[in-house]
Design a protein around this ligand. Structure first.
Ligand SMILES: [Zn+2]
Length: 191
């Protein structure tokens, strides 16, 4: 179990399912939940939350307290073993109406073009999740990977935009493109 210190807003549980939020009635729907989470982080908002123990209509059904510890360990293990590249996840257990709701949140860091779950990449569109095709994965690489992206670029500090990056540094392995901006920030693919 990891905690990244970001407090979870319990009001979120009352919201409708969305691009970044889905309910799962039971922990037996772990695989479906993780596919959705993978789809959420791969979409542009780059983050998502799955709440286990909530019926599709929002009713609190709770996950069985007896299996909670084991479920958290299993979930952590599955995330570690099956999500590639590794992703930072937060697992939180909240008591709502006397029942336990397990809240799983994740975020894609901007240097990762997309994550795969069990060897497949997913994308979330509204409230549905589907698998990405090879062409779509290549397009995401080109849009998000700094090694492949052709431009334009935005600096994450001063927000200046450039079409082409032309700075190189000499390293032990030869010339390498640098993403440094003169303001001290770094250039990332503009979206
Ligand atoms: Zn800058």
């Amino acid at each position: 179990m990891t905690r990244n210190g970001e407090p979870f807003d319990a009001k979120l549980l009352l919201q409708d399912e969305s691009q970044v939020f889905e309910r799962k009635q039971s922990l037996s729907l772990q695989r479906e939940g993780l596919e959705s989470l993978c789809g959420m982080v791969n979409a542009d908002p780059a983050r998502g939350t799955i709440a286990f123990g909530l019926a599709p209509n929002g009713q609190v059904v709770g996950v069985e307290p007896g299996v909670l510890d084991k479920a958290q360990r299993t979930l952590t293990q599955v995330i570690r073993n099956r999500i590639d590249p590794p992703i930072q996840c937060t697992i939180d257990v909240r008591e709502v109406e006397g029942k336990h709701v397990l809240i799983l949140s994740a975020r894609r860091s901007r240097d990762v073009p997309y994550h795969e779950f069990g060897g497949r990449a997913f994308i979330r569109e509204g409230t549905s999740t589907r698998q990405l095709s090879l062409a779509e994965k290549q397009s995401l690489q080109r849009m998000r990977s700094r090694d492949i992206h052709p431009g334009p670029w935005t600096c994450d500090k001063c927000r200046s935009m450039v079409g082409v990056l032309g700075s190189f540094v000499i390293t032990n392995e030869g010339m390498r493109r640098t993403y440094a901006c003169e303001c001290g920030g770094e250039f990332w693919p503009a979206t």
